[in-house]
Design a binder for this molecule. Structure first.
Ligand code: ITT
Length: 203
């Protein structure tokens, strides 16, 4: 079975490959196939995941797997949300994006952890060339810490400490971030969404 992973984000690609690896599918990335990036015009994570998966399935003729994800900060009315990648700008400066979030939290007096709640969302979509679609979504809840800690992972990982843990995603190995055995299945939003998807269509 060949599957296209429809992302141009290297951090995400690495995680999606790891999550797929026990399922015996040969995964090729959108970059390796030279596929372009469709414009993400949806107003939900789910809609943008479908846009990316459908575009890759049409362009490649292969089943295609996309993730649309982001960080939802409760005290900021859900920002940056579906704009999480765009907040880092063309230069993908996530230090600047994390600093901007922290400044906004300070302006709102969000100093205690109950006011610093946030969650990551991952919407996953698999699209087949015959137009069949499967879609799932999951979240991981936690708090935002300042300053950011750790250099693992990507994006906003150093600022996010999941509930029940004392380390940020940036301080975890990818195995720990996924919550894979021996630590239990499904810690990150992406790993949790993946568990749902695997139940539907991967085995
Ligand atoms: P593709 O569309 O090519 O997949 P992208 O980076 O543009 O790549 P999104 O539009 O889904 O992807 O943006 C999601 C952003 O949310 C991503 O760039 C990260 O900054 C952030 N994000 C999502 N999942 C994350 C995670 O597990 N850890 C840290 N940040 C994450």
């Amino acid at each position: 079975d060949r599957l296209v992973i429809a992302t141009h984000n290297p951090g995400k690609l690495a995680e999606m490959r790891e999550l797929l690896s026990p399922h015996g599918v040969e995964a090729i990335s959108a970059g390796e196939l030279g596929l372009g990036e469709p414009e993400e015009t949806g107003d939900t994570f789910r809609a943008n995941a479908a846009i990316k998966a459908i575009a890759a399935a049409k362009a490649s003729g292969l089943p295609s797997f996309a993730d649309d994800s982001g960080l939802v900060v409760e005290a900021l009315d859900g920002a940056p949300g579906i704009y999480s990648a765009r907040w880092a700008g063309e230069t993908k400066d996530f230090t600047a994006a994390m600093t901007r979030i922290e400044r906004l939290l300070q302006e709102r007096g969000a100093t205690t952890s109950d006011k610093r709640r946030a969650h990551f969302v991952s919407a996953l979509c698999v699209a087949w060339p015959d137009d069949h679609l499967e879609e799932v979504e999951a979240r991981a809840d936690g708090i935002l810490v300042w300053p950011p800690r750790g250099t693992a992972g990507f994006g906003y990982d150093p600022a996010f400490q999941p509930d029940g843990h004392t380390r940020t995603f940036g301080e975890m190995t990818s195995i720990e971030k996924h919550g894979l055995p021996p630590l239990g299945l499904g810690l990150s939003h992406r790993a949790r969404a993946f568990v749902k998807l695997a139940e539907i269509c991967l085995d």
